[in-house]
Every structure is written in C-alpha cells, then in structure tokens.
Design a protein around this ligand. Structure first.
Ligand SMILES: [Fe+2]
Ligand SMILES: [Zn+2]
Length: 276
C-alpha cells in the first residue's frame, strides 16, 4: 500500500494540487493495492465544505482503492487548553467529513494484519461520537486472535519519549488522557505498527516493541524556527508491504521518485505556528 498524508488540498492551494498530481503519477506507476490517507486531506475543510468536496474529488482521481482518516485541518482540532473554539472539532464538522469523504474510523484485514484507523481529532472532545469510537476500538482490540498483528492509523502521532513530549506543543500528539486510555487498551498486546501524519516529518521510531511510522507531507514542511527537526523534512509518500509472518517494510520514495514534487518550507500567512 501507499501512505500519503497532509496534502492540504484546496482550490486556494494550487501548489498542493501540483504535488498531488505527482502523487497520482507515482501511484499509477507503482500500482499498489491500496492508498491510505493519514489526514489533513484539505487545507481548511473544518471551515469549508467546498475544500472537503474538492479533497474528495482528488481522492477519487486515485487509480486504486483508498481509505482516509480526518486531520485537524479537515474536522477541527482536539480541544486544547486556551485553543480557539472556531478551530475545534464538533459534531457538525465531523458530519461534513462523513457526508462528503466517508467513514472517519474503520478496520481492514490484510493477511495476518488488522488495521484499525481512528478519527484522532475526536479524542478529548467529549462528543457522543468519541464515546462510540472508544467502544468500537475496545471491541476491535478485544476480539483479536493471538496470531493477528495490529497496526493503528491516526492523524496525530500516538507516542514519543516522555522527554520529547514534555517539550512538544500539546497539539502535536494525541491528548495525554487519550494516550493514557489507549495505552491501557493496548498494554497486553501492543500494536506492531502505528502510522500517523500531522507533523510533516518522516520518521520511524521504535518504542516498547512498536514501530511508529510518521508519514511525511506531500504539501510543505515547516521551517526549523517554527518546528524543530525530529525526523526528515522532505515531502514524499511511504510505500509499505504487508506480508504474512513478516514486519512491514517501509520504503520512502521522495523527490524525483514522486515525479518531481516540490516541497517548500512554508512561512508567512499559511503557517504562523505549528498547527500542522
Ligand atoms: Fe498537516
Ligand atoms: Zn494535522
């Protein structure tokens, strides 16, 4: 499969569509079974259903099946202390995603693997949809057989070292309470792999028996003065092969491999703080 993230598509962002065209060319050549989008499909779907409709049309240009989870730019952010209400997730924004793009959480089985994808933006919201997503996740995790390997999919990263989280903006990772609750659910049988987007950096982090794969953006990276380097600040996609009895092998085609996608460092009006 090919993983893409943080495309930030909008009619107002022609540079994002130019990079998406490069992704489409790459997917056409690589011919994967599936494309998974890790969120921030749109530049501002949280405020603009037109952006969501535009993003959906772009996903439909993929020549293979696709699945997606929403990011903060698509449905609003997790409630953050002091965060503005106008950019926080709510039931209406989530519903727009469901109506225009599709499911916000889902599961897939591939060989020995079960992929569980969640709407990370709901976590900490207190919305009814958050409670029902937790129930669904508990059911899915509780029903795993001992042979099955689990991969989690979330727009925001789930884990890093405590030292890193302590110096990171609270919006970068899942909210602490949600990470604690998820940690409790996964304690007996940790997932082999967690895939996330959001930070616009590519990274593979091994923590407590789990590989955390940070999928890069296809849109733009943030300058170092806005966001420190923790992985690789290069645009690209990740291709991943799931085979029975082996760990997935990530491959990170970038630059010319994606057909000449450019990856500017954003600055100025579009990214005044890290709200990747
Ligand atoms: Fe993003
Ligand atoms: Zn994001």
């Amino acid at each position: 499969m090919i993983l893409v993230s943080d495309t930030h598509l909008s009619r107002a962002a022609p540079e994002a569509e130019a990079n998406w065209d490069a992704v489409l060319r790459y997917v056409g050549l690589a011919a994967p079974d599936l494309v998974i989008h890790l969120g921030d499909l749109t530049l501002d779907g949280a405020h603009s259903p037109a952006d969501l409709r535009y993003g959906r049309r772009q996903l439909d240009r993929l020549p293979v099946a696709w699945h997606a989870v929403p990011g903060n730019h698509d449905v609003g952010d997790n409630p953050l202390p002091g965060g503005p209400a106008e950019s926080t997730v709510d039931a209406g924004r989530r519903q727009q995603w469901l109506d225009i793009v599709g499911a916000d959480h889902w599961s897939l089985t591939m060989n020995d693997w079960t992929l569980l994808a969640v709407n990370a933006q709901l976590l900490g919201s207190g919305l009814a949809a958050e409670a029902s997503q937790w129930s669904w996740l508990e059911g899915q995790l509780g029903g795993r057989s001992s042979q099955q390997l689990t991969a989690l999919i979330s727009h925001k990263p789930v884990a890093a070292t405590g030292a890193e989280i302590a110096v990171s903006p609270p919006s970068r990772f899942l909210p602490q309470q949600a990470r604690d609750r998820l940690g409790g659910l996964l304690k007996d049988k940790p997932p082999a792999l967690v895939m996330s987007g959001h930070v616009h950096q590519h990274r593979l982090l091994h923590l407590d028996g789990t590989d955390h794969l940070w999928v890069p953006t296809t849109w733009a990276v943030l300058p170092d003065e806005m966001q420190p380097l923790v992985g690789a600040k290069r645009c690209g996609v990740v291709s991943l092969e799931f085979a029975s009895g082996t760990s997935p092998r990530p491959d990170y085609p970038v630059g010319s491999a994606t057909g000449g996608a450019v990856c500017p460092a954003t600055g100025g009006a579009k990214a005044q703080s890290e709200s990747a």
